[in-house]
Design a protein around this ligand. Structure first.
Ligand code: NAI
Length: 347
């Protein structure tokens, strides 16, 4: 089948090519959006990533071009309007489980870097300032870690925290029996936030989780607690996050994702002026560590993503049920809205 791959990068092109089998892949580094949809003309399938825009108007264009299959090289599918895809008979599949450990380990790495002030330590080292007065952290051992979303990644993170000797508590709409057998107690969101020294977000972005962490929820948090977000940026209300940091209610934040990352992350904007005052402000806090959505970026995960993506396509081509096919679930709305990047002009 002819397949058009959007947002292709040096790290995933070789893996996809290796997995491609009989499929003819064409690549572009450009994001899928209204004005790049046309590039897929002549291809029956497209492969997209989280930075791509598969909102209703874009799906309409793709359908008119003959695109019938959308393969996500991601677990999250909040950027796809599944209702519109179903109405257009476009089939969509994701990679639900490539390496939950890749993201969980990124969350742990960020937590440890922020808590133990590793980045500041490195900067001082480079300045040959060997004082350690500003580098104090706290033991994770014996502290309470709250996990929001006890699915695959949340549980991988929970297991690591249990290994550290932390008390792990959780909030989720569904109880995971694996969490119960690990001795994890479920709490209400408020009770979890009031008790936790560290809170880590691992839920999908849906209409229900959009801005799940807003002013009220920040006010429930233990003063000085650390918030880790490796799920989706819009689960946090960015303006309220900045207020919580300003007032020092929040001790620190680790962000692998950002509410307005589309058109920003995964791209080189080193020559651009960024007109997103909130993003610039967030970067200015010493106690905020931001990475550009790299949680999934391990060799193991990239290989698994490529193989599952092509396998999903093979299933459809061979008329075999595709276990990763996404359908609209009642009560769960996705968040596929067109969002304009906030970058204007060049330096
Ligand atoms: P999963 O589907 O295994 O687990 C998600 C959990 O969230 C489930 O237990 C579900 O019941 C829970 N949940 C759903 N709605 C909720 C709500 N309103 N309140 C509380 N909990 C709720 O998903 P998995 O594989 O653990 O991934 C989680 C998220 O991580 C993905 O949806 C994606 O957005 C993000 N992700 C980020 C990556 C990165 O590179 N930073 C890479 C992969 C995934």
């Amino acid at each position: 089948m002819k397949v058009f791959v959007y947002s292709a990068r040096s790290y995933d092109k070789p893996a996809l090519q290796l997995a491609a089998g009989g499929h003819a892949l064409q690549f572009t580094e450009q994001r899928l959006k209204r004005d790049t949809a046309q590039l897929a003309a002549g291809c029956e399938a497209i492969v997209i990533f989280t930075s791509d825009d598969a909102s209703a108007p874009v799906l309409d264009i793709l359908h008119s071009l003959g695109v019938r299959y959308i393969l996500l090289r991601s677990a999250g599918y909040d950027h796809v309007d599944l209702k519109r895809a179903a109405a257009l008979s476009i089939r969509v599949a994701n990679v639900p489980e490539y390496s939950p450990n890749s993201v969980a380990e990124q969350a742990v790495a960020m937590l440890m870097a922020v808590n133990r002030k590793l980045i500041q330590g490195q900067r001082l080292m480079q300045l040959q300032d060997f004082r350690i007065d500003s580098l104090q952290g706290f033991d994770i051992h014996g502290k309470t870690v709250g996990i929001i979303g006890t699915g695959k990644i949340g549980m991988a993170f929970a297991r690591i925290m249990l290994g550290f000797g932390a008390k792990v508590i959780a909030y989720d709409l569904q109880v995971n029996p694996e969490a119960i057998s690990a001795g994890i107690k479920y709490e209400s969101l408020e009770a979890l936030l009031r008790q936790s020294d560290v809170v880590s977000l691992h839920c999908p972005l849906t209409a229900a989780t959009r801005h799940l962490m807003s002013e009220t929820q920040f006010s429930w948090m233990k003063p000085g607690a650390i918030l880790v977000n490796t799920c989706r940026g819009a689960v946090i209300n960015t303006v309220d996050l900045i207020k919580a940091l300003d007032s020092r209610q929040l001790g620190a934040a680790c962000l692998d994702v950002y509410e307005f990352e589309k058109g920003l992350f995964f791209e080189d904007h080193s020559g651009d002026i960024i007109h997103d005052a909130n993003f610039v402000r967030l970067r200015s806090f010493k106690n905020v560590l931001i990475t550009a959505h790299q949680g999934f970026l391990t060799t193991d995960a990239i290989k698994e993503i490529a193989e599952t993506t092509i396998n999903n396509l093979d299933c459809w081509q061979n008329g075999v049920p595709c276990k990763n096919e996404l359908t609209v679930k009642p009560g769960i709305e996705t968040d596929a809205l067109e969002r304009k990047p906030r970058i204007v002009g060049s330096i």
